[in-house]
Design a binder for this molecule. Structure first.
Ligand code: PLP
Length: 375
């Protein structure tokens, strides 16, 4: 560890970091660093990636864009924003693009969180929210989910006070896959005080089986501090290309825009995302695979005596009623990577049929040995 001198004091380089960040460790998608060193084929169901790969239209557009990699991406991003604008039905001045919605989350914190502000979440929810307030010296306030899994809007509302600056709501929620009653969500948004900025993270909205389920986009309007976050990492299969966006009224968008300049997508990702938005065949195939495999996995896991939280997303949160850490380690030793959450729950991302089958086979082997179940 390098030591540095400041006058008489000897310190480490880490001591030079901003105060709230000194004990930070890196965020790793999927929960832990992924090791491929066993030489075994790996089934990666730990980070909610789309196992179909990028769609053909996105791949063609990205290949075509490579030759312009020497040029800054402004006009490619503008083209993407135009496509997003058409897709969501809001003008360009309501859209901010990011290098993944993860950067959008950072940008929101940077734009709005002062030290001593409070940020509210309903736990368990997406890991990246938890590190945000700490980054800015703000305070995280957690309320508990109903039955440990469903976002509790009443509890969130009760926890609002004069210091509350941000509320993050993930719908469908990661990691539990639960979906809010849209009327309840919209009523909640309507009654929020003006000093609060609410973020509805719709990273998984496209996986909801019911196509008539309304997005919270319809609540975006002038004078309302509401931000809807979306990503190309999930149904559009572009997690590695890093493209996400926010939709908000023009005033909120200007606030985000004033700090988001260096957080935008690159030219290749932006070109891929623009093409992906118009690849309906790929989108429908991804949705169809996810919906049918979600039903299949849910039914098969329930046959194994597992408690499965009904999911509206591209993953399943489940309680196998055994040592979850040991269970996860066993799966990993057999090349199947899933995500640990607690002594009770783990999460598996929905993959391709053969991957899901293999996950079930290995899980069944483990439960047979551990719980001596007759399957
Ligand atoms: C709820 C939620 N929001 C945002 C993200 C970030 O996605 P990305 O930065 O890839 O757009 C994720 C990633 O898994 C997520 O689960």
């Amino acid at each position: 560890m390098k030591t540095v001198r400041k006058g008489e004091t000897v310190m480490t380089t880490r001591d030079l970091m901003r105060e709230p960040l000194k004990d930070f460790t890196a965020y790793v998608a999927g929960g832990k660093q992924f090791k491929f060193d066993s030489g075994m084929p790996v089934i990666k169901l730990n980070a909610n990636e789309n196992q179909m790969g990028p769609g053909p239209k996105a791949m063609m557009a990205m290949s075509a864009e490579l030759g312009q990699g020497n040029l800054y991406p402004m006009e490619t991003i503008l083209n993407l924003k135009r496509k997003i604008s058409k897709h969501v039905g809001f003008p360009l001045e309501c859209i901010t693009t990011f290098s993944g919605s993860g950067s959008g989350i950072q940008a929101i914190g940077e734009a709005f969180l002062n030290p001593d502000d409070e940020m509210l979440v309903c736990s368990p929810t997406y890991m990246a929210y938890y590190i945000l307030p700490k980054r800015f010296g703000a305070k995280l306030v957690e309320v508990e989910a109903e039955d440990g899994v469903s976002t509790d809007l009443d509890k969130i509302y009760e926890a609002i006070n004069d210091k509350t600056k941000l509320i993050f709501i993930c719908n469908p929620n990661n990691p539990t896959g639960t979906l809010l009653d849209p009327d309840k969500l919209f009523d909640f948004i309507k009654k929020l005080p003006e000093h609060v900025i609410t973020v509805v993270d719709e990273a998984y909205i496209d996986w909801i089986a019911d196509d008539s389920y309304p997005s919270a986009l319809k609540m975006v309007e002038d004078g309302r501090n509401l931000i809807i976050l979306r990503t190309f990492s999930k149904i559009y299969g572009l997690a590695g290309c890093r493209v996400g966006y926010a939709v908000a009224n023009a005033e909120v968008t200007q606030c985000l825009g004033s700090i988001a300049g260096f957080m935008g997508p690159n030219r290749i990702g932006a070109a891929g995302a623009a093409a992906a938005l118009e690849d309906y065949e790929y989108y429908n195939a991804a949705k169809e695979n996810n919906t049918s495999q979600r039903t299949y996995l849910t039914e098969e896991m329930e046959k194994l005596g597992i408690t499965v939280v009904p999911s509206s997303a591209s993953f399943i949160y489940f309680a196998p009623h055994c040592d979850t850490k040991e269970c996860m380690d066993y799966l990993e030793s057999r090349g199947v990577f899933i995500r640990y959450f607690s002594e009770e729950y783990i999460r598996v991302s929905i993959g391709l049929p053969w991957q899901n089958k293999q996950f079930l086979n290995v899980l069944t082997d483990y439960l047979r040995q551990y719980r001596k179940i007759a399957v």
